[in-house]
Design a protein around this ligand. Structure first.
Ligand code: 5GP
Length: 211
C-alpha cells in the first residue's frame, strides 16, 4: 500500500475548486477535512458537512486549546482545520485533503513538510469576479474584497508544489488527477505543473498581469 499523503489545495474563492475536487475524489477513498469558520452559512450549507460554523468565542477557545492544525483570517472571518480528525485519518492510512487558503497552507507545510501544496488558478481575475457575481452569495463589497484577496493569493502560488488552471472543467479534472497520481506514486508524471517549470511560471505571470 502507498503511504498516505496530505494534500493541501488552495484556490481563490469562485475558482470552481469544489466542483473539480468533487469529481476527482468521487471514487477515491480520501478524508476531506471539514473546517471550522466564524462566517455565517450560505444558503444550502449544512453545519458539520460544509463547515463547522462556530461563534467567535468557540473558535478562539479552540485556538487556545491548540485544537487546530492551522488557522487563518480571511476577509474578516476566521477559518481553521481541526487537528484531531486529520491526524486520526492520516494514522489510519487515508489520504487527507485540506481545502484552505494560502497562509494556512504554509503553516501546514511547516508542520508537515511532506504535504503536497496544490494551487488552482482561475483563467483571469476578471473571470473570477464574474463567477462570484453570478454565484451571488456575497454582497458586492465582500466580492470586491475577495477579488483583491485573490490577486494576493495568486502571487503566493509560485511557492506551491503544483499549479494548474481551471479554465475548462474537463481539462481541470484531468490535470488534477494527473497531479494526484504523481503525488501518490512519487513520480515525475505531473512535472509540467511544477512551479520550477518556466511554462507554469509564465501561466501565473499571465493571470497576475491582468489582475
Ligand atoms: P469560503 O468562505 O469561500 O468558504 O472560504 C474562504 C477561503 O477560506 C477559501 O480560500 C477557503 O479555501 C479557505 N478556507 C476554508 N477552510 C479553511 C481552513 O480550515 N483554514 C484556512 N486557512 N482556510 C480555509
Amino acid at each position: 500500500m502507498n503511504e498516505p499523503r496530505l494534500l493541501v489545495i488552495s484556490a481563490p474563492s469562485g475558482c470552481g475548486k469544489g466542483t473539480v475536487l468533487g469529481a476527482v475524489f468521487k471514487d477515491i477513498d480520501v478524508f476531506y477535512s471539514v473546517s471550522c469558520t466564524t462566517r455565517p452559512p450560505r444558503p444550502g450549507e449544512i453545519n458539520g458537512t460544509h463547515y463547522h460554523f462556530l461563534a467567535i468565542e468557540d473558535f478562539d477557545r479552540m485556538v487556545e486549546e491548540d485544537g487546530f492544525l492551522e488557522h487563518a483570517g480571511f476577509v474578516d472571518k476566521q477559518y481553521g482545520t481541526p487537528a484531531a480528525p486529520v491526524l486520526e485519518n492520516f494514522a489510519a492510512g487515508k489520504d487527507v485533503i485540506l481545502e484552505i487558503e494560502t497562509n494556512g497552507a504554509f503553516q501546514v507545510r511547516e508542520k508537515r513538510p511532506d504535504a503536497a501544496l496544490i494551487f488552482i488558478l482561475p483563467p483571469s481575475v476578471a473571470e473570477l469576479r464574474r463567477r462570484l457575481y453570478k454565484r451571488g452569495t456575497e454582497t458586492p463589497e465582500e466580492i470586491e474584497k475577495r477579488v483583491s484577496r485573490a490577486a494576493d493569493e495568486i502571487a503566493k502560488s509560485y511557492d506551491y508544489d503544483y499549479v494548474f488552471m481551471n479554465d475548462d472543467l474537463d481539462d481541470a479534472i484531468r490535470d488534477f488527477k494527473t497531479i494526484y497520481n504523481a503525488v501518490k506514486n512519487g513520480d515525475d508524471s505531473a512535472d509540467r505543473f511544477r512551479t520550477y517549470k518556466e511554462e507554469t511560471i509564465n501561466m501565473i505571470n499571465e493571470v497576475l498581469k491582468n489582475a
